[in-house]
Design a protein around this ligand. Structure first.
Ligand code: SF4
Ligand code: SF4
Length: 252
């Protein structure tokens, strides 16, 4: 029997949904499942019981909370789709809106991270859900398989004063292929989960961490990492490092 899917959007740019629709396996996904709720392709208003619910976007409005709780009762499995739903996302930078990951309000069964989730990872996750299997994400960090890794070891002698490369540093070639940290540029690869195939790094840009941490809380991982290197005074005060993709975990 076809598994029933619901796909829900909360506060977001809809980038994860655009990526979903752009997946080469999306037509196959529609054929192999019964999509009972998906505002982008159907005008069905009520969410019925379903096997899997994918939720995109963060929680930013009070009236989203009862919707989430209702879905929790109706869906056998719920997965946070994209970095906003998983960790709070780019809206965590806002000091006007309170934004939270969905796990702040309901228990979830897993995450499909990324801003938006990288195509290969997304496709693999979706196929596993269609086949009633759990999502598998890498437990390794970005550096382990990074093409720029070299012999770089993290220590307090590493002086970091930039978050973006100069234009001449962006093009990676034989003469410019060392780890960003060696060039004094902050790269979050050491604490970030492998899985995007080093998308930004291959384009000459350091990892900003959109796919989230390998384990535990984003902010505590980041604080630990930054305490190991020698960050310039200016960057110590740049809160965008901390809140670019994640809201710090709230207790209680
Ligand atoms: S810090 Fe960044 S550039 Fe350096 S090895 Fe890790 S992921 Fe690659
Ligand atoms: S390199 Fe980092 S910021 Fe870029 S896509 Fe991968 S996880 Fe996201």
């Amino acid at each position: 029997m076809k598994r029933k899917f619901a796909i829900i959007s909360l506060t977001s740019c809809s980038g994860c949904i655009s990526s979903l629709i752009s997946l080469d396996i999306f037509p196959q996904f529609l054929e192999r499942t019964k999509v009972i709720y998906f505002q982008f392709i159907s005008d069905v208003m009520d969410i019925e019981d379903c096997d899997v619910c994918l939720i995109e976007g963060c929680v930013s409005e009070d009236d989203q909370i009862p919707i989430l709780r209702k879905i929790r009762k109706q869906a056998k499995k719920i997965y946070a789709l994209g970095t906003c739903a998983c960790f709070g996302g780019i809206l965590s930078l806002s000091d006007i809106k309170m934004t939270e990951p969905i796990s702040r309000y309901i228990e979830i069964d897993g995450i499909i991270p990324g801003c938006p989730p990288p195509m290969k990872l997304f496709g693999n996750c979706l196929i596993r859900l269609v086949e009633n299997k759990e999502i598998e994400l890498s437990e390794k960090n970005m550096c382990g398989s990074c093409p720029l890794r070299g012999n770089m070891e993290i220590n307090s002698n590493i002086n970091i004063s930039k978050i973006t490369p100069n234009p001449e540093e962006i093009k990676l070639d034989e003469e410019n292929s060392e780890c960003f940290l060696a060039k004094g540029i902050l790269c979050l690869g050491p604490i970030i989960r492998d899985g995007c195939e080093h998308m930004c790094i291959k384009m000459g840009l350091p990892c900003e961490g959109c796919i989230g941490p390998v384990s535990k809380d984003f902010t505590s991982n980041l604080v630990n990492y930054l305490s190991l290197i020698n960050l310039s005074e200016e960057l110590k005060n740049y809160t965008g490092i901390f809140y670019r993709f994640s809201k710090p975990k709230l207790e209680g």
